[in-house]
Design a protein around this ligand. Structure first.
Ligand SMILES: Cc1ncc(COP(=O)(O)O)c(C=O)c1O
Length: 366
């Protein structure tokens, strides 16, 4: 179907067959057909998220699972550490506070990653049940070294749970949930998974479920033990699942595994490298340090002082949708996502359109 191509950091392009898979007839969610679908999806997700531990699929956007993580990990009178390096780190903090947690918030300048030493410096004080981190800050285009942070937390603070927002990285780059010993990782369907919005996936460690058993008042919808019980008892889900989206997810996971995870991650990396090269040639510098540049979304400084809304409008007229900077970075930066289904050829098509705009803008200022 002809439509504008999305180069925004979610929702992303969805393959036509995956879109069409949603149109299958409904089945009862306590039927054998549904159980087959759901447990197959759990297996596929385990393969993609590199875990043999627990997976939950819920009808919500990713933010719902941020709330689930907090509700299940933090006991009364214990603290949660929120590392905030952008808009989505700030969301972890707001969710912690609004759920009544004692939160210690650490602000890191936007454009910088969360570093292991910053986490360690805070955990030293003791009394923490969990630390929240955004793996890939979509607002700044920065990816943090979660493996290094996890090594530090696991060796020095074994009782502190690591809660990771991987909404805009999971499926687009390697995250070794089990090997890195993460405790909770949340993903949204509409990013590098290249599905419509509406589903969220969590990988959950045994350690996290053990903790949940000691937390009173975990809520109902977000009680991990209730989700686990449904999976174990073969009821699959405690409430009515988003069946149409699950049809699409099963096909999309199959497509992802057929492409090959390594190949898929490499394609994201290649699209990132092409974006960096185009930007450098056109005089736009990266907002983050190159070492921490996100493989799924590039955030560029408006070094040339161009009219970003005009560029976005121009691109839209040529069937390409790109993103302005997020919040306070609006018009100072712009963002080009390269996640999900996008290929190097798609990136080149966008660069051609942006080049046309830049040429015209240069002509007008002559
Ligand atoms: C890093 C990150 N975390 C969380 C979210 C929120 O996800 P959702 O909109 O699926 O709730 C987003 C959305 O863009 C995000 O990029």
């Amino acid at each position: 179907m002809s439509h504008p191509t999305l180069y925004i950091p979610g929702p992303t392009e969805v393959n036509d067959e995956v879109l069409a898979a949603q149109a299958q007839p409904m089945i009862g969610h306590r039927s054998a057909a549904f159980r087959r679908l759901f447990y197959h999806l759990l297996d596929q997700l385990g393969e993609i998220l590199l875990t043999d531990q627990h997976i939950y699929i819920v009808a919500a956007s990713g933010t719902g699972l941020q709330e689930a993580a907090i509700r299940n990990a933090v006991r009364p009178h214990r603290k949660v550490l929120n590392m905030v390096a952008g808009a989505f780190g700030d969301r972890w903090h707001k969710i912690s506070v609004s759920n009544g947690c004692q939160s210690v918030r650490v602000d890191i300048p936007w454009g910088q990653p969360v570093r292991p030493e910053d986490v360690a410096a805070q955990l030293e004080a003791g009394g923490f049940d969990a630390v929240t981190i955004v793996h890939n800050e979509t607002s700044t285009g920065v990816i943090s070294d979660i493996a290094a942070i996890a090594t530090l937390v696991r060796t020095r603070y074994p009782d502190v749970l690591l809660l990771v927002d991987a909404v805009s990285s999971a499926g687009g780059t390697r995250i070794a949930f089990d090997d890195w010993e993460l405790d909770f990782m949340l993903c949204s369907s509409q990013k590098a998974f290249a599905l419509p919005p509406g589903l969220a996936f969590a990988a959950v460690s045994e350690r996290m479920l053990k903790r949940a058993r000691t937390v009173p008042h975990r809520g109902w919808y977000w009680d991990l033990l209730r989700l686990e019980d449904a999976v174990q008892s073969e009821r699959a889900t405690p409430t009515t699942p988003a069946i149409s989206l699950l049809y699409a997810a099963e096909l999309q996971m199959q497509r992802m595994l057929a492409e090959g995870l390594e190949q898929r991650w490499a394609r994201h990396h290649e699209c990132m490298a092409l974006t960096h090269a185009w930007a450098a040639q056109r005089g736009f510098s990266l907002f983050p340090d190159k070492a921490y540049a996100s493989p799924t979304v590039t955030c560029l400084r408006n070094d040339r002082q161009i009219d970003i809304p005009a560029m976005i409008d121009f691109a839209r007229q040529h069937d390409c949708v790109i993103g302005n900077g997020y919040g306070p970075l609006k018009n100072q930066t712009f963002r080009i996502a390269h996640m999900g289904e996008l290929t190097p050829a798609d990136m080149q098509r966008l660069f051609n359109v942006l080049d046309m705009f830049l040429l015209r803008a240069a002509g007008q200022s002559d």
